[in-house]
Design a protein around this ligand. Structure first.
Ligand code: ADP
Length: 865
């Protein structure tokens, strides 16, 4: 290009580098700054509020430019990455002082939303996932990795199951970055469309596979043979992800060593909607942690435990054996008060060393991290001692997985100072006594004042001249001798500078001293850096072992946390049964009971079983507590299945394979779908996927349409569940007309929320009792809400009129003729025949001949020609 010809050499170099990172913002190191140019500069100045300037680039027009100081670059990088950008860091690979012409520059790493490891960039108690999606024929594979902890997960499903499997998993783990490889463009746009409608931001990169690489062999290097064997169908997908991570980080990632299958058959599956409705880890209000089950249960002391507890909540267990395994340990920790408190105290001294280990592996560990690791290791012997007292299998097992890492602790103790600061370049990191050479240089630096005084005294004595030692940046050290001096100056004094009334000299001794002192600082830093690196390398050898300890500690922390919650909020241990029964006496909603201000929470019982309590139809006024009650049942089941104790007097629970919730109606503005459409989609999804081992929660079905439509749909849904799905179901409705459904089958039971009526006022008693509500109490609730009294009086008149006019369940007024014609229609023999035939029992031929007969009859006899 003719334009490029005119560019300065630096700009040419910049453009060369930029070619390698088109979709990234390039931080280009120039001296003490990282500079950005052209569009990158415009974007960064907008996103980071930086002043946009221009730099002469060779052409007439200046090149847009903005920059950040290199020592504070991390915070800027973090901010850009938080916003979904990828940032390429280009460093100077040579010392500019030693180089003629243009300094060699190279991209040393790329920081992306899914691979960022800076301490403050990722929430301590939350995982930060990066994922890879790949299509092979009809199968979709997903690999998810958490770079900061070294874990990898995978799953596979058919293209057909993308919605309920792939998208659900993505909604649960909310990866910040997705790599998409070899996928049909239609599937790719499906994924994009899905991500566009979600409330978390995810940076998507489509990448091309390099045919020369055998991706499916890559995981073998990282994970256990057993884990790799299990993951066989998705190895290529995992390989692509590992390669991508290593490429952008441009470092070793052998700390990635745990591979887990996301196994639908081993866990209670919570779809994204249910996680949200039940406020498991995010509240409905703003997606935050406040008012969630996680907040109530999280008494973990370490960030590692905090992350794991979240994971436990997102993937509860299914097998009674697995649940009991955890429960036994929680029970032991509830019972042994001192042990629990001791563990809480000692765990609180443990830092997030799982993530520090990652920083050791990729080489970004700082001195403060080293001290944090040391403090954490220091706590391990005590933890092992405490765990040695335990009886339950899980705690005993965890005790064996925790090592004390003596040698690493000693190394850090010997090598690193107590308060080393966060950066190496300020020095003072390595403890004295660790390296004789370093101690010597340090002594020299510290003693320089004394040595100077000695030098001065010696020279005075030797020459008899009065002189003083001084220092300037330009001339270095010198002896200053005033013109008043009359003695001859010795030969070995070399004059450096003449002042108005004095001369400055240098001597060989002084020169030697100067070289030593001036380089001491540099040498000290270089040596400290080298020693720090050797300590890092020694630690690196033990990363896998320390990771095992960290992962075991996280589990101990979670168990202790559940025990603390149990003790603090008076939870009990639920029994487990295989009789497909849920029985809870005096259950409470763990979140609502914590956040109620003036009222006390009213406990309630529940009984669900497949004989006579399969479907509970819950009627009662709005605001009475139906929704809370149903969620309470779901939440208690979920808590039970993570091994937690629950707020109740007594409970026996059969683990369920899925919890489905259809709650509340909020327009999905993002996808532009109406409330009713969203509602029906959720209903369709539930009915399609629920099994007889599922727990179903329906809160108000058919609200988004007309009364008749809504009521018919609600009724039909209950019938469908009762005859086809057989899942344990709670169904709340304001259609009190539905209470007659219990007449037809013993499986359906009516419940209602007790209210106390006094004249026009009602009080909610929050007590769930057997029986159905006979009306909706809409006006009472409106009164409670403060609707003007005159309006309510008018509404009462209208209601009375309507009720008086109501002879059939139809509330629409219709003309006499229409009614008569309708009655006529209902007595028509053709209709009768239609109603009585069992369509499903007909063969196609029979159906056609039946239809033919009906048509002939219609044409002949009924005036419908
Ligand atoms: P509904 O679904 O019947 O409209 P909700 O379940 O939303 O009613 O309950 C309304 C409010 O009543 C809740 O926000 C809560 O503050 C309170 N509430 C519900 N159940 C109880 C209870 N068992 N004890 C105390 N307060 C309750």
């Amino acid at each position: 290009m003719t334009e490029e010809v005119k560019l300065t050499p630096m700009m040419k170099q910049y453009l060369e580098v930029k070619k390698q990172c088109q979709d990234q913002l390039l931080f280009f190191r120039l001296g003490d700054f990282y500079e950005m140019f052209f569009d990158d500069a415009i974007t960064a100045s907008r996103e980071l509020d930086l002043t946009l300037t221009g730099r002469a680039g060779g052409n007439k027009e200046k090149v847009p430019m903005c920059g950040v100081p290199f020592h504070s670059a991390d915070t800027y990088i973090e901010r850009l990455v938080q916003k979904g950008y990828k940032v390429a860091i280009c460093e100077q690979m040579e010392d500019p002082k030693m180089t003629k012409g243009i300094v060699k520059r190279q991209i040393i790493k790329v920081v992306t939303p899914g691979t960022i490891t800076m301490e403050h960039a990722v929430a301590a108690k939350q995982n930060n996932y990066i994922g890879c999606i790949m299509q092979q024929g009809n199968m979709i594979s997903l690999a998810l990795a958490e770079v900061t902890t070294g874990e990898c997960m995978w799953m596979a499903c058919s293209i057909k199951q993308m919605e309920e499997k792939l998208f659900d998993i993505l909604s649960v783990y909310t990866p910040r970055e997705l790599v998409i490889e070899t996928m049909a463009s239609s599937q790719q746009s499906r994924v994009k469309r899905f991500l566009d409608t979600r409330d978390w931001s995810c940076t998507v990169t489509a990448i091309q596979r390099d045919e020369s690489i055998a991706y499916e062999t890559l995981p073998v290097k990282y994970f256990s043979a057993q884990a790799v064997e299990k993951a066989k169908p998705v190895l290529a997908c995992i390989g692509v992800l590992l390669k991508y991570i290593a490429d952008v980080m441009k470092s070793e990632i052998s700390h990635m060593n745990l591979l887990i299958a996301i196994d639908y058959t081993k866990q209670l599956v919570l779809d994204a909607a249910s996680l949200r409705h039940l406020e498991v880890t995010q509240n409905v209000r703003d997606g935050g942690r406040k008012g969630t089950l996680l907040e109530v249960l999280d008494h973990t002391q370490t960030a590692m435990g905090g992350r794991l507890l979240r994971k436990w909540l997102e993937s509860p267990l299914l097998s009674i054996g697995d649940i009991t395994y955890r429960q036994d340990s929680v029970a032991e920790l509830v019972q042994k008060v001192t042990l629990r408190q001791d563990l809480v105290n000692i765990l609180s001294r443990i830092f997030d060393f799982e993530r520090i280990l990652t920083r050791i592996e990729i080489g970004t560990v700082n001195p403060k991290d080293m001290v944090a690791l040391r403090e954490s290791l220091a706590a391990l012997p005590a933890i092992k001692q405490y765990l040695a007292q335990t009886q339950s299998r899980m705690l005993k097992q965890l005790a064996t997985q925790i090592s004390v890492h003596d040698d690493m602790y000693t190394l850090l103790m010997r090598g690193i100072n107590d308060n080393p600061g966060t950066v190496l370049r300020n020095g003072g990191v390595i403890r004295s006594g660790f390296s004789a050479e370093l101690d010597e240089i340090r002594r020299l630096a510290a003693d320089s004042q004394t040595i100077l005084q000695e030098l001065e005294a010696t020279e005075r004595e030797r020459t008899g001249i009065k002189m003083k030692i001084g220092y300037t940046k330009v001339f270095g050290y010198y002896f200053e001798i005033s013109h008043a001096n009359t003695k001859p100056i010795p030969d070995y004094y070399v004059r450096k500078q003449t002042l108005v009334n004095a001369e400055r000299y240098i001597t060989p001794d002084l020169k030697e001293f100067e070289v030593k002192v001036l380089t001491a600082q540099e040498r000290m830093l270089a040596l400290e850096t080298a020693l720090f690196a050797t300590i890092r390398e020694d630690l690196q050898q033990q990363i896998a072992a320390m990771q095992e300890t960290a992962r075991a500690l996280a589990q101990v922390d979670c168990l202790v946390s559940l025990a603390v919650a149990a003790q603090k909020y008076r939870y009990i241990r639920p029994q487990l049964n295989t009789e497909r029964t849920i029985l809870i006496r005096d259950g409470r909603h763990p979140i609502i009971e914590r956040f109620l201000k003036s009222e006390v929470f009213v406990p309630n019982d529940v009984q669900l079983n497949h004989n006579d309590h399969e479907i509970l139809v819950l009627t009662g006024p709005n605001m009475a507590g139906k929704s809370t009650y149903m969620r309470q049942v779901a939440v208690l089941v979920l808590m039970t299945q993570i091994g937690a104790f629950i707020p109740a007097k007594e409970a026996s629970i059969c683990p369920v394979d899925r919890i489905f919730t259809r709650i509340g109606a909020s327009d999905d503005i993002l996808t532009g779908q109406s409330t009713f459409m969203v509602e029906m989609k959720e209903v369709a999804y539930i009915l399609k996927h629920a099994t007889m081992n599922s727990l179903l929660i329906f809160d108000e079905i058919g609200r988004g349409t007309s009364t008749f439509d809504g009521m018919s749909i609600a009724r039909a849904v209950i019938e469908y569940v009762e005859s086809k799905v057989h899942a344990l179901t709670l169904f709340a409705t304001h259609y009190h007309e539905l209470i007659d459904m219990s007449d037809k089958t013993t499986k359906i039971k009516n419940y209602t929320v007790a209210v106390k009526e006094r004249g026009k006022d009602i009080t909610f008693l929050r007590r769930i009792i057997a029986g159905g509500a006979d009306r909706s109490y809409g006006l009472h609730v409106a009164r409670l809400a403060g609707v003007p009294e005159s309006l309510l009086s008018r509404a009462e008149v209208i209601l009375k009129d309507l009720e008086a006019a109501e002879t059939r369940p139809c509330r629409v007024s219709v003309s006499k003729e229409v009614v008569e014609r309708n009655i006529d229609l209902f007595t028509n023999p053709i209709i009768d025949a239609l109603v009585s035939v069992d369509v499903m029992a007909l063969t196609p031929i029979e159906a056609i001949s039946f239809l033919y007969k009906l048509q002939t009859e219609a044409k002949e006899g009924s005036g419908m020609k």
